[in-house]
Design a protein around this ligand. Structure first.
Ligand code: FES
Ligand code: FE2
Length: 427
């Protein structure tokens, strides 16, 4: 089959862009550059997956709301004043379209559209129409309520929505990823999203960030400066980074590994300072008591970069970062990241955690600028042409490890199924 950038092969008819045979796995680079493929991804991947909306702790009190784009569409999540249920609404007025929720976060009993002042309560019901008498008896207020996103569900506090009415239940969708969400949630206990976000844009295809987020062997060459910084602070790097890479079903994947850095839950290191040592020991003992030695050690000692298909990353490492991203075009994306932490955390540990969120994981930190540079460099490399395929075969000839590429292959297999399936959704 002839392959060119302008005419991607096989879409809608099966195969062509992702090829797998024996110990060879390769992906056609038009998947990273083609506007047609980007347009098709919006229809097939983002319209037929469960997408992360936010964390229940962001709307802890009745009337709390956050607004944000999900799958490129404006929506908002609000906790009902009446029932306490968390709902996700399309952020568009049923009158003539204006965005109804106009602040990123807040608390409200009523959302009044700024255009002509129709008002909706936190259940989405239309409760106020100026000039009501002009409509006579026929105006059906019940039929003109805000539209909830057709499917919403949450797991361990993580709220997801889908625009596909026929998508499988969230529980089934998450498959093996649930085990890892449980580890993160249990490790944190009563958790909250710390208010404030990291928001940035990258001039690269969004799938490069999927790959990078579960890429266990770029750390040493790409983040050399950070490792030198850790050594300068007294961290012992001799143990290195070792672990496994796993496919978790439905395109989800994880790398699960030991690394030299400390973890606020609950592995002390010199950077945390002596005063925090006792507190970390206490947290560790509590984990052992609640979850038993083996599970507690997993929570305390191992790091997990969890990818939930198609665009959610939960990095449970020297801090717990929740990161989602959305393509703006074939060659650019927007990224938003939040920090998840135990609510009652000791101030010193909270400070360390926030420091890690900024100094390693943040857009101005030690790691993220390196990663952005790598991703943008790949995107530039694609423009050079001459090479049509990227190779993602590492580890196919052995039991896959964290420093192999099996976890990326699991993403690409699911992506390929959704992009080529005859039902247009990959069910
Ligand atoms: S568009 Fe909202 S009240 Fe008219
Ligand atoms: Fe990285």
């Amino acid at each position: 089959m002839t392959v060119t950038d302008s005419a991607p092969p096989g879409l809608g008819t099966g195969g062509g862009l992702v090829e797998e045979e024996a110990h060879r796995f390769r992906v056609h680079r038009s998947t990273m550059t083609s506007p047609e493929i980007h347009a098709l991804e919006l229809k097939r991947v983002f319209a037929h997956s469960w997408l992360y909306v936010g964390h229940e702790s962001e709307v802890r009190n009745p009337g709390d709301y956050v607004r944000r784009p999900v799958g490129g569409r404006p929506v908002f999540m609000v906790r009902s004043v009446k029932s306490g249920v968390v709902r996700v609404f399309h952020n568009t007025c049923t009158h003539r379209g204006a965005v109804v929720c106009r602040k990123d976060a807040g608390n409200a009993k009523v959302f009044q559209c700024f255009y002509h002042a129709w008002s909706f309560d936190t259940e989405g019901r239309l409760v106020g129409v100026p000039g009501r008498e002009a409509y006579g008896e026929e105006l059906d207020l019940d039929a003109l309520g805000l539209r909830p996103v057709v499917r919403t569900a949450s797991y361990r506090g993580f709220v997801f929505a889908s625009f596909d009415p026929d998508i499988v239940e969230l529980d089934d969708y998450l498959a093996g990823a649930k085990e890892y969400l449980d580890l993160a949630a249990d490790g944190l206990g009563d958790a909250e999203i710390i208010s404030g976000t990291n928001q940035y844009a990258i001039d690269a295809n969004w799938k490069l960030l999927v790959e990078n987020s579960i890429d266990g062997y770029h750390a040493a060459p790409t983040h050399d400066t950070y490792f030198k910084y850790l050594v300068a602070l007294g961290t012992d790097l001799r143990s290195g980074v070792d672990g496994i890479g796993r496919s978790l079903g439905n395109g989800h994947a994880v790398i699960d590994y030991h690394a030299p850095w400390g973890r606020p839950v609950a592995k002390w290191e010199p950077m945390f300072g002596d005063a925090a040592r006792e507190e970390i020991d206490r947290i560790r003992a509590e984990l052992v008591e609640t979850y038993g030695e083996e599970r507690a050690m997993r929570m305390a000692e191992t790091n997990r970069n969890l990818f939930i298909y198609p665009n959610l990353i939960i990095n449970d490492i020297m801090a717990v970062t929740v990161r989602t991203f959305m393509p703006r075009s074939a060659s650019s994306m927007e990224v938003t990241a939040w920090e998840l932490a135990p609510r009652d955390e000791m101030p010193q540990l909270r400070q360390r955690r926030l420091d890690s969120f900024l100094t390693f994981l943040g857009p101005g930190g030690f790691a993220t600028p390196d990663d952005i540079e790598a991703l943008e460099s790949c995107q530039q490399g694609f423009r050079s042409g001459g090479v049509e395929w990227s190779d993602i075969s590492r580890g196919m000839a052995r039991e896959p490890r964290a420093d192999d590429e099996e976890q990326m292959r699991s993403f690409w297999r699911r992506w390929n199924t959704q992009m080529t399936s005859s039902d247009g959704a990959g069910r």
